[in-house]
Ligand binder design. Sequence first.
Ligand code: TXA
Ligand code: MG
Length: 327
Amino acid sequence: MILRADQPGIEWAAKALAAGEVVAFPTETVFGLGGDALNDSAVKKIFELKGRPANNPLICHIASSEEVSRVADLGKLSPEQLKVFHELAESFWPGPLTILLPKVKDLPYSVTAGGELVGVRVPGHQVALDFIRAANCPIAAPSANKYTKLSAVTARQVEEAFGRKLLILDSDEPCHVGIESTVIDIGAGVNILRTGFVTAEDITGVLGVEVNLGGAAASSAPGQHRVHYAPRTKLVIGSDAKAPNSKHCGLIKITGPLTDEEISAFARAETLSESGDLLEAAAKLYLTIHALDGLGLEQINVLPCEMRGIGTAIMDRLRRAAAHGGV
Ligand code: TXA
Ligand code: MG
């Protein structure tokens, strides 16, 4: 059921969440499939609904950095790590940066997939913040899509994936970032485990240290399966506008205007940012793939973008989506 995120709607959803139900809610990145992080059976419901293996941990969402002690034990950080944490939280929260921290004892191991670290972030979306405050608990939430499928950026897309039984908070404020948070480990230096909206350059700019991207490339890292973020339609990186079947295919150009040839060669052609703005492109990425995925095309071709700034995260998502090959 899609519920408007006005005050009564948020209160209703918060009550359901506090009672152990799973509720989908918008964030600035993508929709989350939330449950009370301190309630083991609520967390297990999330895994079940999503079809996600128990060895892939969930991010905990809190309403401000003061609440971090509800899920993380900062006392276990070294003075240097603590300084790094505070600098990052001050610069990027609320926002799309997930920081791995030592978990508190009370946080169920189902959230962390048995590990000692918990991913934490303060989302930069008013409805998400109001919802966490109303529920008065940290909210464990993966992206609100079935395992390995495309993330959802509208309430309707969440409903299409999970059906009408799921309570879904909807708001007029869009998922304006449009791509998932960056996940970093600050245990030994700063390692990016998943690229996202906050770039290595952004983090270096704040901390003044080099950031290691090794983790993001390792397919063994949790959530870094080769196939991920996949639409139903086969997705291919690169395009051959002269291919005989292009009339049955879609084209997504990440940056730059579409040419007349591209428009006439494909059944549907879209550019994510005519002016070449990668932030605008990220914001439209999932919306556009979802839209083309619904057209019954033979294939979606995507013209790659530069691997700079957020272009790295956009191309990471697209490569994983392309590994799928359609179903
Ligand atoms: O923007 C986002 O991050 C969205 C919104 C809803 O917050 N959430 C999201 O969650 O994308 P999910 O579960 O789809 O992806 C989280 C990623 C996964 O790759 C997971 O393996 C990794 O973060 N992760 C979470 N907790 C971790 C931990 N304790 N250790 C290592 N990796 C972790
Ligand atoms: Mg996900």
